[in-house]
Design a protein around this ligand. Sequence first.
Ligand code: ADP
Ligand code: MG
Length: 503
Amino acid sequence: MLDLTSETPKPKVIAGAKHDWELVIGMEVHAQVTSKAKLFSGASTKFGAEPNSNVAFVDAAMPGMLPVINKFCVEQAVRTGLGLKAEINLESAFDRKNYFYPDLPQGYQISQLYHPIVGEGEVLVEMGDGTARLVRIERIHLEQDAGKSIHDMDPNMSFVDLNRTGVALMEIVSRPDIRGPEEAAAYVVKLRQILRYLGTCDGNMQNGNLRADVNVSICRPGDYEKYQASQDFSHLGTRCEIKNMNSMRFIQAAIEVEARRQIAIVEAGGTVNQETRLYDPDKNETRSMRSKEEAHDYRYFPDPDLLPLVIEQAWVDQISADLPELPDAKKSRFINDFGLADYDASVLTADLDSAGYFEAVAQGRDGKMAANWVINELFGRLKKDDKDIADSPVTPGQLGGIVDLIASDAISGKIAKDVFEICYTTGRDPVEIVNTEGMKQVTDTGAIEAAVDEIIAANPDQVAKARENPKLSGWFVGQVMKATGGKANPKVVNQLVAQKLSG
Ligand code: ADP
Ligand code: MG
């Protein structure tokens, strides 16, 4: 299903003062697991609840409380791994990452450093110009989220909200296979699309349910190819990690500005320090947050409160068998079954609501025509109102009805746009609109012929000109359409005008 015949996109090249540079990017995406309860407690994960109302004793680290793994969160991680064509590890384990988190009272985060639940996978990132990059996934591990410290409610005090404390996260780690800012954003878009199809993360970046740490380094042209051949990182520059990016726009801007910062340092004879940085969108710059910490700084050790996580192959197989159709497969099916162009198929499979809507319209109809009406008319109109497809006032049945009216020559494409607008604003049925408003196309040759004759008789000069230059016959077609209120069948009008002018 993967279209590996596509060319890979050209890496981004930035011209420095001395020579050209290329970018190397690897991402660590934190995706909040869609689950009613937290990773190790039964407390609710509902967003926007009263502060500290969704906190179990174990989330608050009360003495003697023990974590209990939530099987559904494990299932979601397995499902995600399968959706990314990844290896599932039947045995994984949880480790403590020791750190002072004011909003995680345990004083450590339960994570999976040594034995993650998901191993190597891949994501095909299409760039919209026919090129595609296969980005390898290194691992996915399950871990707890921290709560929220609130510093802006009081001038003298900080507050803490533990509602998010202990909510399950999947950390999805890519290999450094991404070669430019646009690819990085496209990677996150594709990953989010797959997670949403799978129902394992809602991908809401505004709420922080999907956030990306972006690792950026620079290298000279050719060095990346050496790295690829040997997987030896020494051919690449020292990377910096930009933390917690939560918008596609900022991801791109941050990578660009960070790469330029590194180029300036290296070209001036300096060295890039491996560190964690923050992006400031107001100043469009990255700033050092802390020097790079190593795994041993966190004194990781296996969590003694939790047994190794052992799952059965049969259970994995069952989850695999129940996977929904994923974006790449759906897109290929739309291309093959409905004859759609690559681009249209991408647009229509961008999210499940759009794909479902289109399929309902296209079923038993001309697929290209259905795609055209969904993308150009419906999406265009919804965009004008800043509405989602889920809130479309026109149902798939109604839009299908409009397509049927055109296909059966009952209305012209032009009139169909008027019918669509009435349907959109009033919710009335297209067939009823056409009948009640007298919008039916006139195909009766006699009536059209009379209109053609009348216009020809009234415009002898135009007739003479059109006989010399047949291109001018369009003027007559226009006049007839006008005279019939746009309802004359354009095919018949064209034929009759041509016939009368040549006669
Ligand atoms: P750490 O153990 O320090 O977290 P990892 O090897 O796990 O480092 O890599 C973390 C992230 O950094 C991964 O997403 C990886 O793809 C990325 N990365 C590694 N080397 C580079 C590099 N030279 N340039 C850009 N990103 C890199
Ligand atoms: Mg890491």
